[in-house]
Ligand binder design. Structure first.
Ligand SMILES: [Zn+2]
Length: 374
């Protein structure tokens, strides 16, 4: 993560780089800003910039030994602390139990919500916390000398999730920081931090992205037609996380539509060999993706049934779905709609119970071959 990877925030980035170059590196900083503004990404880019030992201008060099370790977020003086909780495999958790997953997740896309992280590590419905054991780990890590860099960095993501005992440990550390330690607190709700902590930090405040900056950010990953781009930017309120989620959802919808069209065509033609190939491919998807496909299929069936009933005011489809439905809707009627639902719901429940995906999908197809001709 470089300064150049963070969208917008130009003034702030210039200011941060200038202050580093003039030797001002506040030992406790509080990064905050509207959701989707890039607080975590900026804190990491800042640490990289400070640690870079190559020739740096407005950004870190990208080639020195420090930068190469920052590429993988594995620099030995770069420490992370973030909310976690118990999972199926981890009973008494600290951040380090999840550090590999964390690095991969952040590198993939540093713009995300807390819930996305919690889902990623399998917290199910639990909230993440920074507990006392984690507080002790922070103290221990910072009592060590730095390995390679002049500074050691402790990036605490969501310090508002700290247990009060951790806040107290941190307060002591911020009051009497170990030498060459830089705390970078990255908060979504700075108002929830103890005043005694936030008042001792240097605030780094990000702004919501402007429309032009959002368009640039989107353009880096997706090629959207202009009207779609405009409406996405308008609806996202400067929040890049909303943008990415909307686009991922749209992409998933597109894939699910293709899968649905394929399987319905094969079932209608009773193409057993092709069905078999489709089943092979689908069984490679994860459990959540399969469930999302089943859910999608039920929605599409419902829309097609509504079209068949000539109730256009009840139909909600994208242009591509509508195009397909214009021919397909006549196959979905009062004789088969409920059975279709039942088949997809049963398949979803079987997948949920860790059934064997190939058998579940093949059975589903065999039954649909009959249903579609009803
Ligand atoms: Zn460098």
């Amino acid at each position: 993560m470089f300064f150049s990877d963070i969208f917008g925030q130009q003034q702030l980035k210039t200011k941060l780089a200038a202050s580093v170059n003039s030797g001002r590196i506040p030992h406790a900083q509080l990064y905050s800003g509207p959701e989707g503004s890039g607080t975590l990404a900026l804190a990491i880019a800042y640490a990289r910039y400070v640690a870079c030992i190559g020739e740096k201008g407005e950004d870190a060099c990208g080639a020195c030994s420090s930068c190469r370790k920052f590429d993988k977020l594995s620099h030995p003086d770069l420490h992370f602390s973030f909310p976690v909780n118990t999972t199926r495999n981890v009973k008494d958790p600290v951040s380090d139990d999840f550090i590999q997953q964390w690095r991969a997740f952040v590198l993939e896309n540093p713009y995300f919500r807390a819930n996305a992280w919690y889902n990623h590590i399998g917290l199910e419905n639990k909230q993440g916390l920074i507990n006392k054991k984690e507080g002790e780990a922070i103290v221990r890590k910072l009592s060590l000398k730095s390995y390679e860099s002049r500074y050691k960095f402790m990036i605490i993501w969501l310090p508002e999730k700290m247990h009060v005992s951790v806040s107290n440990m941190l307060l002591k550390l911020i009051e009497e920081p170990p030498p060459n330690t830089v705390f970078l607190l990255v908060s979504e709700h700075p108002e929830q931090l103890l005043r005694t902590i936030s008042s001792r930090t240097q605030p780094v405040r990000l702004e919501a992205l402007k429309a032009e900056e959002l368009k640039q950010a989107i353009g880096k990953k997706f090629d959207l037609p202009a009207p779609e781009l405009e409406s996405l930017v308008r609806l996202s309120n400067g929040n890049l996380i909303t943008v990415f989620e909307t686009l991922e959802h749209a992409e998933e919808n597109r894939q699910n539509l293709t899968r649905f069209i394929d399987v319905m065509r094969m079932c209608w033609k009773a193409e057993y060999f092709e069905v078999n190939d489709w089943v092979e491919e689908m069984s490679g998807l994860g459990r959540e993706q399969l469930k999302s496909f089943f859910e999608y299929a039920c929605r599409l069936l419902r829309e097609n049934f509504m079209m068949n009933l000539k109730k256009p005011e009840l139909v909600y489809q994208t242009a591509a779905e509508e195009d397909f439905a214009s021919k397909f809707h006549k196959f979905i009627n009062e004789r088969n709609i409920l059975d279709f639902y039942e088949e997809f719901n049963r398949a979803s429940a079987d997948i949920e119970r860790n059934g064997y995906a190939k058998i579940i999908l093949f059975d589903l197809c065999l039954r649909m071959m009959k249903l579609i001709r009803k």
